[in-house]
Ligand binder design. Structure first.
Ligand code: ME8
Length: 517
């Protein structure tokens, strides 16, 4: 193991329970992290919670509890759910942890030492749902309402410390220009560039009227603006600014910050400027995915239009966790918006069941029926065999390229396409007819062997997205995936003469009337 890979999710506000949107980013990140672990890269996957700011204070007040009590309760739900669905994060950072707070103060000290912070006063509009300052022009254009939630903006005026954001804009524009992969997808990159070119003000980075936050080290009457506090998590979790920076030295810069598109500006403007000021390298990629929408609006806690925990658990209980993972990543090109529909979910579930599950099942059943469950050796290959094997050979590289580009829909679809081809191969070679003719025994051996070889590759390709079902399927082929790398798995298909396992359906039988939600 030499290469390292560091990937993060946003840290979520614990002002409500996790919903489909949070699960989407977290599952997508999990799939990418699993892929890199399977490639034997030393992988660090970080997620966590963003616990300061006005939003948490307000929700806590509504519930008549202290902000920390609200956060503690909700964090347990987030962490518990990630465990329940087998998320493979290596750390979970809470911004209320002492390790984070002291590192954030250290970061502010460094910004002060570089003379990038000055005292002033802020007067203007604020979107409390997004914890975002809104300029007069933007506020007017949006009729003084939040672009995301539609709720009225608030106005405030108070003393504040400012970060010299404007100063870093030329350097940032140059960086974006020279690193075309830094902001993805390209449409988002273009949005950021055009907004940057319209001009940017210095950033207010402290709040004097808010007490729930990390005190500014130079002026404890102010707390650090929640986004500066939150963005820092990506390095504070690695021990930056603490006594032990070994994780930071190993993993920074991050390979990918995976986020939703509404928080792109924070990640591609504020965060890089802070990193410039700290003299640190920028993350290699910020990938902003689309929104799960409902009736055309972003599904969110504040909108109350979301697929919640109860619904997700119902779907998992009926169709399996991996069916949910597959649906999410398969539903749209990664980066585009998506709309949950039961019909779409069922279509994707049936694709898994009928294409992948059935391909494995029929292959194993034929080997059992015609060869007593023992995988036969293949003989001379015909063109149709060579074609299928060639598609299988290409799969690993195509998938690796798709993960590199974070094209997660492709990552999900590519192996399933091979399963579809394998089913077509079985239909075309007609092993059930070959089995009736003793003169065709050698040909039948070859067909069974090639089909088994092909479904083996399908299941390996699906492992990051279907960790459980992929492993179950491979174990029916007598492959134990524990501790194996992708290279090993691809290079070690079940050998001829091996007694394969019993054919067990990979996916549950759900009555056709079963609704997804
Ligand atoms: O923004 N569709 O936290 P948050 C897709 N604390 N993804 C969605 C989604 C939807 N409808 N709704 C939420 C914050 N998400 C800040 C982040 S990071 C330093 C601080 C996902 O709880 C998506 O990843 O509002 C989005 O960016 C994130 O949850 C926002 O979570």
């Amino acid at each position: 193991m030499s290469k390292t890979f560091y990937i993060t999710t946003p840290i979520y506000y614990p002002n409500g329970e996790p919903h489909l949107g949070h699960a989407y980013t977290t599952i997508a990140t999990d799939a990418v992290a699993r892929f890199h672990r399977l490639r034997d890269e030393e992988t660090f996957f970080l997620t966590g919670t963003d616990e300061h700011g006005i939003k948490i204070v307000k929700t806590a007040a509504e519930k008549n509890v202290e902000p920390k009590v609200l956060a503690d309760g909700m964090v347990a739900v987030f962490e518990g759910f990630w465990k329940e669905i087998g998320i493979s994060n290596d750390d979970f950072i809470r911004t209320t942890q002492p390790r984070h707070k002291s590192s954030v103060q250290e970061i502010i000290r460094k910004l002060l030492a570089s003379d990038d912070i000055y005292a002033g006063s802020y007067e203007g509009w604020y979107d409390e749902g997004q914890e975002e300052f809104v300029t007069e022009t933007e506020a007017k254009a949006r009729e003084f309402k939040s672009a995301i939630s539609g709720r009225p903006l608030t106005r405030f005026s108070e003393k504040s410390y400012f970060f010299r954001l404007k100063k870093y804009v030329p350097r940032l524009l140059e960086y974006i220009d020279q690193n075309p992969d830094f902001i993805q997808p390209t449409i988002r990159r273009n949005e950021v560039v055009s907004k940057l070119k319209q001009g940017v003000e210095d950033l207010s980075i402290s709040r004097a009227t808010l007490k729930w936050g990390i005190p500014m080290p130079n002026d404890p009457e102010h707390v650090v603006y929640v986004w500066i506090d939150a963005l820092s998590n990506y390095i504070t979790a690695l021990g930056y600014g603490s006594g032990d920076q070994s994780l930071f030295d190993k993993f920074w810069p991050a390979n990918v910050h995976l986020i939703g598109k509404e928080i792109l500006w924070f990640h591609t403007v504020y965060w890089p400027a802070i990193l410039f000021s700290l003299n640190l390298p920028l993350p290699k990629k910020v990938f902003a995915h689309g929104w799960w929408t409902s009736g055309g609006k972003k599904m969110s806690k504040s909108m109350g239009n979301f697929i919640d925990l109860v619904k997700m658990r119902e779907v998992i209980g009926t169709y399996s966790l991996d069916a949910l993972r597959y649906y999410m990543l398969r539903a749209a090109p990664f980066g585009s918006d998506l709309d949950w529909t039961d019909a779409d979910f069922l279509k994707s579930f049936n694709e898994l069941k009928n294409v992948v599950g059935n391909c494995l099942n029929r292959t194993l059943k034929m080997i059992d029926r015609y060869r007593g469950g023992v995988l036969p050796a293949r003989g001379e290959l015909q063109q149709i065999d060579r074609d299928l094997l060639a598609q299988g050979e290409k799969l690993a590289a195509l998938i690796a390229d798709a993960y590199e580009r974070v094209e997660l829909q492709q990552c999900a679809e590519l192996p399933v396409q091979l399963a579809r081809l394998t089913n077509g191969y079985i239909d075309a070679t007609e092993p059930f007819k070959l089995a009736k003719d003793p003169a065709q025994a050698g040909r039948l051996d070859t067909v069974l062997n090639v089909a088994a070889r092909s479904i083996h590759r399908v299941l390996i390709g699906l492992l990051p997205i279907l960790p459980k079902k992929g492993a179950e399927g491979l174990s029916q082929l007598q492959i134990d995936v524990a501790g194996k790398t992708l290279d090993w798995l691809y290079a070690n298909p079940p050998g001829a003469g091996i007694k394969l396992g019993d054919a067990q359906p990979l996916f549950p039988n759900v009555p056709p009337a079963g609704a997804a939600t």
